[in-house]
Design a protein around this ligand. Structure first.
Ligand SMILES: *[C@@H]1O[C@H](CO)[C@@H](O)[C@H](O)[C@H]1NC(C)=O
Ligand SMILES: *[C@@H]1O[C@H](CO)[C@@H](O)[C@H](O)[C@H]1NC(C)=O
Ligand SMILES: *[C@@H]1O[C@H](CO)[C@@H](O)[C@H](O)[C@H]1NC(C)=O
Ligand SMILES: *[C@@H]1O[C@H](CO)[C@@H](O)[C@H](O)[C@H]1NC(C)=O
Ligand SMILES: *[C@@H]1O[C@H](CO)[C@@H](O)[C@H](O)[C@H]1NC(C)=O
Ligand SMILES: *[C@@H]1O[C@H](CO)[C@@H](O)[C@H](O)[C@H]1NC(C)=O
Ligand SMILES: CC(=O)N[C@H]1CO[C@H](CO)[C@@H](O)[C@@H]1O
Length: 560
């Protein structure tokens, strides 16, 4: 923020502090009756709609407190356990941003827009929220400050609404069901009772799917944005590693971790990505990105697929014996290919990755992650200003879990074999270096880039599930995911954990576009054209108990 603007904000906040909210927004109240029909439905509301209503004075960011919606479904009713904590400072921040808007107008499309963050993304402790990756070992810890992406969000005027539940440690703990953390319990999706939300950005995905916030952020190391996007009927962008800062994000691996949006629409995801992308001196991977971050909203063109060459990598990635992809998903995918053609794309089928079978057989990713995690999580614990649990290393985390089984090892959630395997590693030796080199070779040189070059392609397209995330994960390359379809009502549920099921009647699944480094702009365009043509998200809603009923009209009525 510029200094002059910052000073004005201080003045405005002081002026408004003595004014009651009811009085400040009485103009809204007087026109409520004639405008009420036009208020956006918070289940589906887009950032653009919310921003228009805020600018028109139809409602305020204070009114946009989604707390009532969260409380309806989080622990009560269907007990989705999508949110771990809400921000005790959010209403005061919203009031200040409302006042600033009145005087100076919005800072950005995210001014006054509430966002939920996966609980591995740090927020400065003085604001009142914890940053724990779902683990009691970090409860009450004091982080050095806001994550790099949070600094950008705040500068743009976004309001951090709270922290979303996740698979503990971004699913880097053991053989556990997706969506479970010690602090948050078992998160489930809103499309079928007990549905596996996938992970590890489970709470972000579930919250976006039913409007517990306007937009959300998650992180992906391998599948953790695109899989919850897929299983919650929403859009997700897994950016190129190095496009968005990981500073202040509880790590798995600097070679694969990346932060991105989970939202109801590609448009909202493009708005969020435009704000969080960019260099950060505290994450040197981001210093290698191309000079200027594109305005991703300019990619939102329904004709984006006209003339695009899209590859279909059949070997391994569409082979059910490798992927487990079933007939429901494969037939929806076949229909999607026809839709892409109808939108002007040239399909190249097959367009295989030369490294496909090597990727399927490889254990190199496990080697890289297990070494990186130990180095980086030890550094995270050591970076904390204070940590009431006393844990300062991975070794102490494992001991903490074992000595606090009621918190961290309840029945069916006892495994921490991944932590134990990582603790046994001994740093960056020759085995590690050749595994990392093999991953870049298989993911990039003989993988995604080879297919794109050999067939002169703009992108690849695959169902979001199966092994789709792996080549992009080991390459550090982007994926953009959109809704593809739903399991039919006569689907037989299958167990996905002690209490979760997938597939299930009505459970969603997604479609993923993959490309080379920093190709987000093109991928967003393709995903947008497909999304606008098919409108799959709107074909099915969550089960009724999982749909919060509180709307802006209720909040406006009760505040006047
Ligand atoms: C963290 O959680 C604890 C317990 O729920 C709470 O008392 C505290 O205010 C939260 N925030 C911080 C920064 O510790
Ligand atoms: C980041 O910095 C570290 C150490 O300072 C260095 O080893 C690494 O190569 C750098 N990475 C990038 C992508 O610049
Ligand atoms: C790593 O990948 C290379 C190249 O495919 C392969 O030869 C090697 O066996 C892999 N190593 C492991 C541990 O999977
Ligand atoms: C590298 O360390 C791993 C354990 O992290 C070990 O299994 C492997 O044998 C080591 N490689 C070399 C070449 O020392
Ligand atoms: C499920 O319903 C579809 C029609 O919607 C039908 O084609 C299919 O055979 C049914 N499957 C089972 C297992 O009953
Ligand atoms: C543990 O999982 C089993 C199914 O695998 C389930 O029957 C049981 O109720 C679960 N126990 C608890 C305490 O959740
Ligand atoms: C916001 C919210 O409802 N947080 C809850 C998340 O789950 C834990 C464990 O049940 C509760 O203690 C929190 O209150």
């Amino acid at each position: 923020m510029h200094l002059a603007r910052a000073l004005l904000v201080v003045i405005v906040v002081v002026q408004f502090a003595s004014t009651t909210l009811a009085k400040a927004y009485s103009d809204t109240a007087s026109s409520l009756t004639k405008r009420v029909a036009a208020l956006p439905d918070l289940y589906e509301a887009t950032v653009t709609e919310l921003q228009a209503g805020l600018n028109a004075g139809e409602f305020t960011s204070v009114d946009l407190a989604y707390f009532a919606r969260i409380s309806e479904v989080n622990l009560q009713g269907p007990a989705l356990r999508a949110v771990i904590e809400t921000n005790p400072s959010a209403l005061a921040e919203a009031a200040a941003l409302d006042a600033e808007r009145k005087l100076l107008g919005p800072r950005s499309l995210l001014h006054g827009i509430p966002i939920l963050l996966k609980d591995n993304i740090a927020t400065t402790a003085s604001e009142g929220m914890n940053t724990t990756a779902g683990s009691f070992s970090m409860l009450g810890s004091i982080v050095p400050g806001d994550a790099g992406v949070v600094k950008r969000l705040r500068a743009a005027g976004a309001i951090v609404l709270g922290k979303a539940n996740l698979s503990e440690f971004a699913h880097y703990r053991g053989n556990l069901a997706s969506g479970w953390s010690g602090r948050g319990g078992q998160c489930t999706a809103a499309y079928y009772p007990g549905q596996d939300p996938c992970g590890s950005s489970s709470g972000s995905g579930v919250s976006a799917s039913i409007g517990l916030a306007a937009v959300t952020l998650g992180s992906e190391t391998d599948g953790s944005i695109t899989c919850p996007a897929s299983q919650n009927n929403i859009a997700g962008i897994k950016p190129t590693v190095g496009l968005t800062s990981r500073a202040g994000v509880i790590p798995i691996s600097e070679h694969q971790d990346t932060v991105g949006p989970l939202t109801r629409s590609i448009s909202d995801a493009a708005i969020v990505l435009s704000i969080i992308a960019g260099p950060d001196p505290n994450d040197n991977f981001t210093l290698a990105q191309p000079n200027r971050v594109p305005q991703y909203t300019r990619a939102l063109n329904t004709n984006a697929l006209q003339g695009a060459r899209i590859g279909v990598p059949r070997a391994v990635f569409l082979d059910p014996t490798y992927t487990g992809l079933d007939e429901t998903v494969l037939s929806a995918y076949a229909t999607a290919l026809q839709t892409l053609q109808s939108l002007g794309a040239t399909l190249v089928d097959p367009a295989d990755l030369p490294s496909a079978y090597d990727i399927a057989a490889s254990n190199n990713e496990t080697i890289v992650l297990s070494v990186d995690f130990k180095v980086q999580i030890d550094a995270w614990y050591q970076s904390l200003y204070t940590n009431p649990s006393g844990v300062r290393s991975l070794e102490q985390l494992i001991a903490f879990d074992n000595t606090n089984p009621s918190l961290e090892e309840p029945a069916n959630y006892t495994d921490q074999s991944i932590l134990v395997a990582s603790e046994a590693t001994t740093g960056y030796n020759a085995t590690y270096c050749s595994a990392l080199a093999a991953d870049y070779d298989m993911g990039r040189t003989r993988g995604i880039d080879a297919a794109l070059q050999q067939y002169n392609l703009d992108a690849l397209v695959l169902p979001a599930g199966g092994l789709t995330t792996v080549p992009a994960a080991i390459a550090g390359y982007p994926i953009v995911t959109v809704p593809l379809g739903f399991y039919p009502d006569n689907t037989t549920t299958q167990s996905a954990g002690p209490v979760t099921v997938y597939p299930a009647p009505g459970a969603p699944f997604g479609l993923s576009f993959l490309g080379t480094a920093y190709s987000e702009y093109n991928l967003i365009g393709y995903a947008y054209a497909y999304e606008q043509k098919t409108q799959t998200r709107l074909a099915r809603k969550a089960y009724s108990a999982a749909i919060p009923t509180t709307q802006l009209s209720d909040i406006l009525a009760s505040s006047n």
